[in-house]
Design a binder for this molecule. Structure first.
Ligand code: NAD
Length: 485
């Protein structure tokens, strides 16, 4: 690709696509080829300030619209996105390295669903009343004002819309910062918003690095609340900036999720395929991926050979090819990080059962960031390999002897985002599910998402919940009115 072919992305401020004021840009890489294909604004505090001011100007009119009118705007955006699904899926796959089939079946359809879901949800959003013999209390829920939404690179448009949709539906105006590593579909969404007739300033999208753009966003005095999804390390930095300012904050962060397989599980092909998918979907770069697989000892060897056989059969290849189950990981830095973790696992004494290598993919993808899906055994729960989030195509196997040990192993990390439990004993499923230190537990399934349910983690995985009414509550302020009767 020549410099002339390079896409130049723009910010979306006050309804207009605009270059960054300081004219600084960041390179955006296509993970499948390792080549730069776009340049994204590296915005600074002046761009954030322009966006925040536009959002402040837009707030009175936007928040005064009826819920139906705001829902109508979100529906129009969703409809246009749906019409352009293929174009967006191609862009998402190109920007992230994920298989096109995944972007087409998961990422973009879910972005459409997020917008449609919150368009409908806001029309059903209700608040409480509390009556006594001499008074009636009722709760008003008002939008906060201008809010900040910050999203990561692994599910770019999916997670971006998961934040902006409830924020807008609830009547806030938004300054949003997508990941600088995968900015393309958020940039394209700006054009969709223009085409859908979203009033200027209601949604502003400012691109750039976390340290400059992100930090300026969270510090801006007009920003009343921040909804963040990303690493725990960044979450700590955001929380410490925001705590003394008393801004509302929602943090969705890292995970080291357990998949707990009991001897009495239904060992069907379909269930095994789900456990493989739970570990390796999107190259293992989903915060919900089950990367620690705990297996009851009596079935450990049988499970291991069936699991490893299925993992070996996964095809790593060009994301554009329908036959590819896994594409490239997102960046050179992330490739190095994942390979570093595999080397560490070997140093710790782990036994690599399959994978563990860079994959050479022929053709346009030669030499880039592809890793064979990797399964490691022989390391106890306390090893770094079983403690630190790798966020790549790497899973470990650990044996356990009884329910108590399974629960203790599953809980033995600083994280607590998601878990899955596989058993045909219903009371065990409920008992274990209740004792796992995890915001989300799937029983005999994985990644089944009902958008009404609370989504988020405990311990170092998160503060607060997204989804359904939880998101609408986060993006509104409650006020109690007490009327004497
Ligand atoms: P990251 O923390 O590096 O970046 C996330 C976002 O925060 C980016 O937009 C980045 O530019 C921005 N940012 C960085 N520093 C900032 C600062 N000081 N102020 C404001 N913004 C800042 O995370 P990542 O590498 O993009 O994403 C991977 C991580 O996200 C993994 O840890 C994964 O588990 C986590 N994740 C969690 C969930 C969840 O729902 N819990 C979902 C997806 C990903």
């Amino acid at each position: 690709m020549t410099a002339a072919d390079t896409l130049v992305l723009a910010n979306f401020i006050d309804g207009v696509l605009a270059p960054p004021r300081a004219a600084r840009y960041l390179d955006v890489f296509e993970p499948a080829t390792g080549a730069v294909f776009a340049r994204c604004p590296d915005s600074d505090a002046a761009d954030i300030d322009a966006a925040a001011q536009a959002a402040q100007r837009a707030f009175p009119a936007w928040s005064a619209l009826s819920a139906d009118e705001r829902a109508g705007h979100l529906q129009r955006i969703a409809n246009l996105l749906h019409e352009r699904l293929e174009e967006f899926a191609l862009a998402e796959s190109r920007d992230t390295g994920k298989p096109l089939t995944l972007a087409r079946s998961l990422d973009i359809p879910r972005a459409v669903s997020n917008l449609r879901f919150f368009a409908a949800a806001i029309t059903q959003f209700a608040s409480e009343t509390h009556a006594t013999s001499d008074s009636l209390n009722y709760t008003l829920r008002a939008p906060l004002g201008v809010v900040g939404c910050i999203s990561p690179w692994n599910l770019p448009l999916y997670l971006f819309t998961w934040k902006i949709a409830p924020a807008l539906a609830a009547g806030n105006t938004v300054v949003a910062k997508p990941s600088e590593i995968t900015p393309l579909t958020a940039f394209m969404l700006a054009q969709v918003c223009i085409d859908a007739g979203l009033p200027p300033g209601v949604l502003n999208i400012v691109h750039g690095s976390g340290a400059a753009t992100g930090q300026a966003l969270i510090e801006h005095p007009a920003i009343k609340a921040v909804s963040f999804t990303g690493s725990t390390r960044t979450g700590v930095a955001i929380a410490s900036t925001l705590a003394p300012k008393f801004k509302k904050v929602s943090l969705e962060m890292g995970g080291k999720n357990a998949t707990v397989v009991f001897a009495d599980w239904d060992a069907s092909e379909a269930n095994l395929a789900t456990i493989v998918r739970a570990a390796f979907a999107n190259q293992g770069q989903i915060c919900l991926c089950g990367s620690r697989i705990l297996v009851e000892r009596s079935i450990y060897d049988r499970f291991k050979s069936a699991f490893v056989e299925k993992v070996r059969a996964l095809r790593v290849g060009d994301p554009n090819e329908a036959a590819s189950d896994l594409g490239a990981v997102v960046s050179q830095a992330h490739f190095d990080k994942v390979m570093g973790h595999i080397a560490l696992a070997r140093e710790e004494g782990g036994h690599v059962l399959c994978g563990g290598e860079q994959v050479r993919v022929d053709g346009r993808c030669a030499d880039d960031w592809f890793i064979t899906p990797t399964v490691i055994e022989g390391l106890g729960a306390a090893y770094r390999t079983n403690q630190e989030e790798i966020f790549g195509p790497v899973a470990t196997l650990i044996a356990f002897d009884n329910d108590e040990e399974a629960i203790a192993l599953a809980n033995a990390t600083r994280y607590g985002l998601a878990a899955s439990v596989w058993t045909s004993n219903l009371s065990r499923a409920h008992r274990v599910g209740a004792q796992l230190e995890s915001g989300i537990v799937w029983i005999n399934c994985w990644l089944r998402r009902d958008l009404r349910t609370p989504f988020g983690g405990v311990k170092d995985s998160g503060v607060g919940r997204e989804g359904g009414v939880e998101a609408l509550r986060f993006f509104t302020e409650a006020k109690n009115i007490c009327v004497a009767l």
